[in-house]
Design a protein around this ligand. Structure first.
Ligand code: ASP
Length: 475
C-alpha cells in the first residue's frame, strides 16, 4: 500500500527536525511498505527559505543590488550549517554541498538579471521561489541515504504538469499521472523512497511553475491521486483539526473525522486548516487525507473524507472571525423593489471588499452583511453613492454599521436533520448574555453563523464549544 506524506517547512527546518522527519519516514515505511515523501522548503525560524528567495527577487526588481547578495549569504549559512550537522564526514556531504551551491549561484544569477532588467515576471518569480524545495529535498534524501535508507530527491517539474498560470498553476492530471507512473513506480519497486519537491510543477514545455503559496499540501494531494495512494498524510504541529482555537478555548480537542464540506466551511470561516482546493484531488478520488502531528505521531489526527461519509448528529467545531462590521441598509421604501440587493452588492464589489455573510429579513426592510472592519467606511461611502436618490427620497432611511463584531460559525454536517441544535446554541448564548446581532444558516445545514459583539467573542465560542461534548457521539 502506498502512503504519500507531506512535510512542511518546520519539519525540515533544521538538522534536528530533519533527523526526526527521517525517523518518521522510516517508521511509516515499516508499516506501509511504500512511502512517497513531499517536502517544503526549509522553514527555519524566524525566516522561511521561500520568503527569503522571494524577498531577494523583489528587492532586486526594485533596483536594490545588495539585499539579494545578503539573502544568498543567508541561504548558504542555513543550508551549509544543516549539511555540516547532518552529514559531516559522510560520502554524501560533498555532492549535496555542490548541489546546494549550484542553486544558490543560480539564485544570484537570476536576481542579477532581474536587477539589470528592472523587471520581475511571474515566470521568473516561480523559477526563483521554487528553489527552496529543490534544495531541501536534496538534503533530506542525502541524509536518508547516509543513515542507510535508499532515497532519491526528485523535482516535481519532472512529475506535475500544469497550465502556465504562473504563481498559481493548476495541475493537468492525465499528463501528471502518466509522468508519475513512469518515474515513481520503478523507484517504489526498488524500495527507494522518492523525496519530491512540494510547491512546484512545470508546464508541458518544462517551464517551472508554482501552485501558489503554501502549495506543498496541494502537491501531496496531487501525487496521492496520481499514485492512487491508500492515504495522504499532511504532517503539522497539532493533533489534526481542532474543535476550536485552543487560544480561545482551553478544552479544544482534535476532531477524529471531518467531511470535505465541513473543512471547507471551517477554512472559509477563519480556521487554520487546509485550503479546499488542496483537498479536492484526494476527496474526489476517495483517498483519505489525514492531518497528523509530528510531535505526537502516534495520535491518529484528523481524517478528511468525502461528504457522503458524514456521520455523527452534532456540532463538530466552532470558529470565529474577528475585526468585522455588520453593515445595514434599511428603509421602508425597499419593500418589494427589485434589484436593491444586486445594486448594493455591486457597489460593495466595486470597492474590492469580500462579503462574508449576508442576512435579509423577510419584511425586506433591511439587508445586512458582514465586511472587514477596516473597509467599512469605504463600503458605506460606496453604498451612499449608489443609493443617493433613494436616500434623498427616504426610500432608504439609513446605511450604517455595527462595529466591531465577530462572526462565530458552528460547523457539523450531522446537524442536518438533528432538530434542536440551533435552539441549544441560542439558549446557551442567551444564558451567558451574548448579544446576537444577526444569524445565517446555509441550506446545506452544515454550518450556522451568527454575528456577535466583538467583546462577546470568547464567551460565545467557549459556551458553544461546551455543547460539542453533549451533542456529538464521537470525535
Ligand atoms: N514553500 C512554499 C511556501 O512557503 C510552499 C509550502 O511551504 O507549502 O509557500
Amino acid at each position: 500500500m502506498t502512503l504519500v506524506m507531506k512535510f512542511g517547512g518546520t519539519s525540515v527546518g533544521s538538522a534536528q527536525a530533519m533527523r526526526e522527519t527521517a525517523d518518521l519516514i522510516q517508521n511509516c515505511l515499516a508499516d506501509w511498505g511504500q512511502v512517497v515523501v513531499v517536502a517544503s522548503a526549509m522553514g527555519t525560524k524566524p525566516v522561511k527559505v521561500t520568503d527569503l528567495l522571494l524577498q531577494g527577487a523583489n528587492t532586486a526588481a526594485a533596483g536594490d543590488g545588495t539585499t539579494y547578495l545578503q539573502t544568498a549569504a543567508d541561504l548558504r549559512q542555513i543550508h551549509h550549517q544543516t549539511i555540516n550537522d547532518l552529514l559531516a564526514d559522510s560520502p554524501e556531504q560533498e555532492a549535496v554541498t555542490a548541489d546546494i551551491e549550484r542553486f544558490i549561484e543560480r539564485f544570484e544569477d537570476l536576481c542579477r538579471a532581474v536587477l539589470v532588467l528592472g523587471e520581475l515576471s511571474p515566470r521568473a518569480l516561480d523559477a526563483i521561489g521554487g528553489m527552496g524545495e529543490q534544495m531541501s529535498v536534496r538534503l533530506l534524501a542525502a541524509y536518508l541515504r547516509h543513515i542507510g535508507q535508499p532515497a532519491e530527491a526528485i523535482d516535481a517539474t519532472e512529475l506535475i504538469v500544469t497550465d502556465d498560470v504562473f504563481l498559481s498553476a493548476t495541475p493537468l492530471m492525465a499528463a501528471t499521472t502518466e509522468k508519475v507512473e513512469g518515474r515513481i513506480r520503478p523507484l517504489l519497486a526498488q524500495n527507494i523512497i522518492p523525496i519530491i519537491t512540494g510547491f512546484i510543477g512545470a508546464t508541458a514545455d518544462g517551464v517551472t511553475t508554482t501552485l501558489g503559496r503554501g502549495g506543498s499540501d496541494f502537491s501531496g494531494a496531487i501525487l496521492g491521486q496520481a499514485l492512487a495512494a491508500a492515504e495522504v498524510w499532511i504532517w503539522t504541529d497539532v493533533d489534526g483539526v481542532m474543535s476550536a482555537d485552543p487560544r480561545l478555548v482551553e478544552t479544544a480537542r482534535s476532531i477524529s473525522r471531518l467531511t470535505y464540506r465541513e473543512v471547507s466551511e471551517l477554512a472559509y470561516y477563519g480556521a487554520r486548516v487546509l485550503h479546499p482546493k488542496t483537498m479536492r484531488p484526494c476527496i474526489s478520488h476517495n483517498i483519505p487525507l489525514r492531518i497528523k502531528n509530528t510531535f505526537n505521531p502516534d495520535h491518529p489526527g484528523t481524517v478528511i473524507v468525502p461528504d457522503e461519509q458524514a456521520v455523527n448528529g452534532g456540532i463538530k467545531a466552532v470558529t470565529a472571525i474577528e475585526n468585522l462590521s455588520l453593515v445595514t441598509i434599511e428603509g421602508k421604501g425597499m419593500i418589494g423593489v427589485p434589484g436593491i440587493a444586486a445594486r448594493a452588492f455591486g457597489a460593495v464589489a466595486r470597492t474590492n471588499v469580500s462579503v462574508l455573510l449576508i442576512s435579509q429579513a423577510s419584511s425586506e426592510q433591511s439587508i445586512c452583511f458582514a465586511a472587514p472592519e477596516a473597509a467599512t467606511d469605504g463600503v458605506i461611502a460606496a453604498l451612499e453613492e449608489a443609493f443617493a436618490e433613494e436616500l434623498t427620497r427616504q426610500d432608504i432611511d439609513s446605511i450604517w454599521a455595527w462595529r466591531p463584531v465577530s462572526i462565530v460559525t458552528i460547523v457539523g454536517a450531522g446537524m442536518r436533520g438533528t432538530p434542536g441544535i440551533a435552539g441549544r446554541i441560542f439558549t446557551a448564548l442567551g444564558e451567558n448574555q451574548v448579544n446576537v446581532v444577526a444569524i445565517a444558516q446555509g441550506s446545506s445545514e452544515c454550518s450556522i453563523s451568527l454575528v456577535a459583539d466583538a467583546e462577546d467573542t470568547a464567551v460565545a465560542v467557549s459556551h458553544i464549544h461546551n455543547l460539542i461534548v453533549t451533542t456529538s457521539k464521537s470525535g
